[in-house]
Design a protein around this ligand. Sequence first.
Ligand SMILES: Nc1nc2c(ncn2[C@@H]2O[C@H](COP(=O)(O)OP(=O)(O)OP(=O)(O)O)[C@@H](O)[C@H]2O)c(=O)[nH]1
Length: 389
Amino acid sequence: MNPLADQLWHRLTGIMPGELKQAELGWLATPLRHQMLLARRRATLIVNRVRLFAFLFALLTPMWSIVDFVVFPFPLWINLALMRFAACAAFASLLVYYRPSGNLFDAYRAMAILFAIPSVFYVASRSLLGSYHLTGLSAAIGAGYAFLPFVLLAGLSIFPLTLLESAVVASPILLAQLLAGYINWAALDWPSFAGAFWLLMLITAVSALAGMSQLAFMIALVRQAIRDPLTGTFSRRSGEELIDLQFTIAKRNNLPLAIAFLDIDHFKDINDSFGHEAGDKVLADVTAFVGKNLRRGDTLVRWGGEEFLLVMTNTDRSQAEAAVARLRAAGFGTRPDKMPLTASIGIAERSVDQAADWKSLVDLADQRMYRAKQGGRDRVVSCDAPAVP
Ligand SMILES: Nc1nc2c(ncn2[C@@H]2O[C@H](COP(=O)(O)OP(=O)(O)OP(=O)(O)O)[C@@H](O)[C@H]2O)c(=O)[nH]1
């Protein structure tokens, strides 16, 4: 980032301290770069919001039939009641059939159905009401039916959406409104149409902003929940979730998946000689060193005290060996006495080692790391042949 943009960013984060990090800003615009664990948690939240909305609408939609019955003539109220019960059934099925799966496309589909039900109801009820000449109270209640698009766009605000997603959901509603105006152009009271359209756009903008601010909050919370506070790498719990996911994807697509189990050598000695704080600093330095030399898509997990897992997607054994050799060549930093820090490393790969599940893959990498320790430390074991010094 250039210095001016950097300065601007600092001003902005000064307004809202402790919220987003610079690299996360783009995540508010599109979901393309979202990390897998954020995407899963967001998908769950979106489906839960859809279910909440579906529950409320399934209850409230048929209840409004009482008002229709009081103010509208027969058979208008009965037709509206039938439409309301059909909408209620659709909302109830959405509630029954959609459970959070952690898949973002399932969440998008649930949202699309949620918005489609009132949209269909809106078009059908408007054309039905248009064929009656209503006056007085019934005209006032009938006019209320025209506000459904406003409710839909305002409803967007309860979802933690990116700017792009809000635009994609809102644009069919705005376009349909424009199209309806264009079709009725001859009979249109255009100043009030333009005023209403302006209001719709304003509500869309406020909803998009509300969605993005929910998302920003969520990004910060997920970051805190999945990261190890000392090193900033993934914590063991989120690492397990991530490896489980990566293993399932690799197995489904028959792709390689390599894991390097990395254990710092003689770490207890650092703690004993220089104190726990110096030990903490060494751990933070190691992750900074390793992090600098990671490929995009590789993930570092703090598995235990001075144990780390490097998860390498779409990487076979020889590629993993090359990646680990690169890390060792760059070094893991130095001890407080300036001696180079070393690590013992075990590598396992899903397909070549025929691991049945992610736990056996990690266990195998762990056993090989142990063999590297037994073989004299500062070495790599990647198969059942003797260790490479
Ligand atoms: N400073 C610091 N030390 C930790 C942390 N977590 C674990 N440790 C220490 O790491 C040390 C690990 O020691 P060992 O398992 O004996 O391993 P080692 O001394 O590295 O010896 P080898 O692995 O056999 O080379 C223990 O003394 C733990 O107390 C931490 O977060 N900070």
